[in-house]
Design a protein. Structure first.
Length: 52
């Protein structure tokens, strides 16, 4: 197991790369969802206020 985690001496490069990839994947999921909720909120507000 320690050999796997060491990645042949390249762990200092490999694990941060995995971490960065996970952060990017999470942002690609999270940010559009947040923007979608904001757009829905704006549309509901416009409909409620009578702006068409």
């Amino acid at each position: 197991m320690s050999e796997f985690l060491d990645m042949g001496g390249y762990a200092i490069y490999v694990w941060p790369s995995y971490g960065l990839a996970m952060i990017v994947l999470w942002l690609n999921w999270y940010l559009p969802g947040r923007q979608h909720k904001e757009v829905l909120r704006q549309l509901k507000r416009r409909h409620r206020d009578g702006d068409k």
